[in-house]
Ligand binder design. Structure first.
Ligand SMILES: Nc1ncnc2c1ncn2[C@@H]1O[C@H](COP(=O)(O)OP(=O)(O)OP(=O)(O)O)[C@@H](O)[C@H]1O
Ligand code: SF4
Ligand SMILES: [Mg+2]
Length: 363
């Protein structure tokens, strides 16, 4: 039986958003919408977000504060702060032979609890959010191992020490018997990564894990994540404010603005041929090595609109230096293809395939 036109359109759109059409993504997010009801009205935190996390690669997610990076990560694990909730779209986790529709699972269901940590692990900017101050580091990692991997306490402890060694922790046996407050910030971050890696998750979601660290420790942590990806084939979703971190770590990048994806491409595409004026502005705001330190960095003109306001047309138009009057302030830009795996939502790049999708219809 042939597909309906609507189905054909939907699958074509899904394929076009996948950088490599033969790719086998570990996670697929489609038309995801998240709302927060507040006393001042409903905040649309995600307004139709669509992307794939490629298997065995690092996908960077960038954008200014409040654009929806953390809400995207928390939606995947179904840990959105109340009263926020997913109001539309799907999230599908793809194992080697299994497929789980996360959006069909109850947030507190046994399957969802088993999935957190074992199949998808998350690390945060502040390790103390994940580490328990009253238990030793070794006991906490062993606990995670006992939950998902073995029932043998001795084995679990040995595995904890082994993982600490793998993440480059100095003196792993001694650290295993230490409490979180006895470690430096960088060591705590390594301990949290060790805990996240303890169950060999297929997908690691890292929400700005290096923002609070000094540059040297940050570089070591990024190296560690790259190393684990290469050794174990783990896929990583790495959220950051920093285009510099993206350049050091990521294979592909999505750029978010006001709860939408505005551009997606390889790191090379985005650094050498950025198409969206917002991506171009983000890139101008990073310091250049050897650049004149007396020249101030260009900050992005204007500020992110109040989250309660719904901006007509392109959400970036009030700040965009290239906005086309009568077009950008009225019509939401559809998705255009800028090259293989490189897509952009901007009227400057409208093409025949892009059409004029409505907000939420496509990202
Ligand atoms: N608990 C909440 N209550 C109401 N609105 C919220 C809440 N959490 C998030 N939001 C809304 O969702 C939007 C996206 O928030 P999110 O935390 O995902 O931003 P972010 O991109 O991670 O920013 P940052 O870079 O500062 O971490 C915010 O602008 C805010 O409007
Ligand atoms: S659609 Fe218009 S306002 Fe939006 S980024 Fe492109 S040029 Fe600027
Ligand atoms: Mg955040």
């Amino acid at each position: 039986m042939s597909q309906s036109y609507a189905e054909e359109g939907a699958s074509a759109a899904a394929l076009a958003d996948t950088p490599d059409e033969t790719a086998d993504p570990v996670l697929s997010v489609r038309d995801l919408e998240v709302e927060f009801p507040t006393p001042l009205g409903v905040v649309g935190a995600l307004n139709g977000v669509t992307f794939d996390v490629p298997r065995g690669k690092v996908l960077g997610i960038v954008g200014e504060s409040g654009c929806g990076k953390s809400v995207t990560a928390r939606a995947i694990l179904q840990i959105i702060e109340k009263p926020g909730r997913i109001t539309g779209g799907t999230i599908t986790l793809r194992g080697q032979d299994t497929q789980t529709e996360i959006t069909k699972l109850g947030p507190d269901s046994a399957r969802m609890r088993a999935l957190r940590g074992r199949e998808i692990a998350m690390i945060f900017q502040e390790p103390m959010r994940s580490l328990n101050p009253v238990h030793t580091i070794g006991a906490q990692i062993a606990e995670a191992v006992l939950l998902h991997q073995t029932r043998d306490r001795k084995q679990a402890h040995e595995r904890a020490v082994e993982i600490l060694r793998q993440v480059g922790m100095p003196h792993p046996e001694a650290v295993a018997t230490s409490y979180p407050h006895q470690l430096s910030g960088g060591m705590r971050q390594r301990a949290m990564i060790a805990m996240a890696l303890s169950c060999n998750p297929g997908l690691l979601i890292a929400d700005e894990p290096t923002t609070a660290l000094d540059v040297t420790t940050e570089a070591q942590i990024l190296e560690l994540i790259r190393d684990v990806r290469d050794r174990s084939g783990m896929s990583v979703m790495f959220i950051t404010h920093s285009m510099g971190v993206v350049a050091q770590l990521c294979d592909e990048v999505i750029v978010m603005y006001l709860g939408r994806i505005v551009e997606r491409g390889s790191v090379d595409d985005l650094f050498h041929d950025p198409k969206h004026p917002y991506t171009q502005a983000l890139l101008r705001s990073i310091p250049r090595i050897g650049g004149d330190r007396k020249v101030p960095l260009e900050v992005i003109e204007g500020s992110v609109p109040d989250p309660h306001t719904r901006v007509a047309g392109c959400p970036f138009h009030p700040r965009c230096p290239q906005a086309i009057p009568g077009r950008c302030d009225t019509a939401f830009p559809g998705r255009s293809t800028a090259g293989p795996g490189h897509t952009v939502h901007c009227h400057l790049h409208d093409d025949d395939a892009a059409g004029h999708t409505e907000p939420g219809e496509d990202a």
